[in-house]
Design a protein around this ligand. Structure first.
Ligand code: MG
Length: 312
């Protein structure tokens, strides 16, 4: 029997799951409470988001280690320019001075999401705020794909790694959400540490073998990911050997053969980040377990048009 949160990400004959990527990045500020609340309120129970630490060791939800001028405004209200501040060097009270409610439409990153709402006063949330949100009875079905972002500057430091995992897992445990949370990362060494400290929380392994145009304006995961390029390697076999419950390949890299192999190994397969209608349809055709998307409503529509559901 699979753990309940793995079941929540698993498809069925007429079910393909939808995972709100950073909430609903296509239409609302990414990694924001307003975005998470919106996705959940539309019946999308599964949320993906990114966690890293402030200087005072507060787990916060934000994607990049350095605040980017394309999506972050400073206390003066302007998009950041010049040297980008590192989240790890800011105290929580300073993090709260930045506003993540708008995109700079003149930036490459901003141009990728022309439909995102432009809001003011949106702050980088603590992990604890999201845990509180999903603890409400109305969101009892919500499950979390919690991505631990390892800092390339300290990824090889076992003490830093253990400390990061411990702070994150303690918060999830304290909120009573261990049976609704997956620990998710590109950094397989970090996931091994997660298993050592929290064997009750299933692991979700991200893979990306090739760069994608979808990555414009974002930090790369390559410095911390293992090399999976050796000839003849089976990525799902590697994920299974490493103790994964989920395998999360970039959608352009999934094949019917690897999907079948993953199923043989008992892995649940969630593909990311699928936004274009043709790509969404291709993933439905393949019958992946779950689709991670910046546009949860768009995937709902494709699924319902084709007679699928995303929840029981
Ligand atoms: Mg992520």
């Amino acid at each position: 029997m699979k753990p309940p949160q793995v079941m929540a990400f698993s498809g069925d004959d007429d079910i393909i799951r939808i995972v709100g990527h950073r909430g609903a990045r296509g239409i609302l500020p990414e990694n924001s409470i307003v975005g998470f609340d919106f996705a959940l309120s539309t019946g999308v129970d599964l949320l993906e988001f990114d966690v890293l630490l402030t200087a005072d060791n507060v787990p916060v939800i934000t994607h990049n280690h350095e605040f980017q001028g394309s999506c972050v405004r400073g206390p003066d209200g302007d998009f950041l320019k010049g040297k980008a501040p590192r989240v790890r060097s800011l105290r929580m009270e300073d993090v709260q001075g930045f506003d993540i409610g708008r995109l700079d439409g003149t930036s490459d990153y901003g141009r990728r999401f022309p439909d995102q709402a432009q809001m003011d006063g949106i702050r980088v949330p603590r992990l604890a705020e999201l845990l509180h949100l999903v603890s409400q009875p109305k969101y009892a079905n919500a499950c979390l794909m919690l991505e631990l972002k390892s800092d390339p500057d300290s990824a090889l430091d076992p003490v830093a790694r253990a400390g990061f995992v411990s702070l994150v897992c303690d918060e999830v445990r304290g909120a009573g959400l261990t049976d609704r949370t997956l620990l998710h990362s590109f950094d397989w060494t970090l996931l091994a540490e997660c298993h050592r400290q929290a064997p009750d929380m299933p692991l979700s392994f991200l893979t990306q073998l090739h760069d994608s145009e979808d990555d414009v304006g974002e930090e790369s995961s390559h410095p911390v990911a293992p090399d999976l390029h050796q000839p003849g390697i089976s990525v799902p076999d590697e994920v299974s050997k490493a103790g994964g419950a989920l395998w999360c390949p970039h959608f352009s890299e999934i094949t019917a053969h690897d999907l079948a192999r993953a199923r043989e190994l008992g892995l649940c397969v969630a593909v990311w980040t699928v936004n274009e209608p043709a790509d969404i349809n291709a993933m439905i055709d393949l019958r992946v377990d779950a689709i991670v998307t910046d546009y949860p409503g768009r995937v709902q529509r494709r699924l319902s048009d084709r007679g699928f559901r995303w929840a029981r």
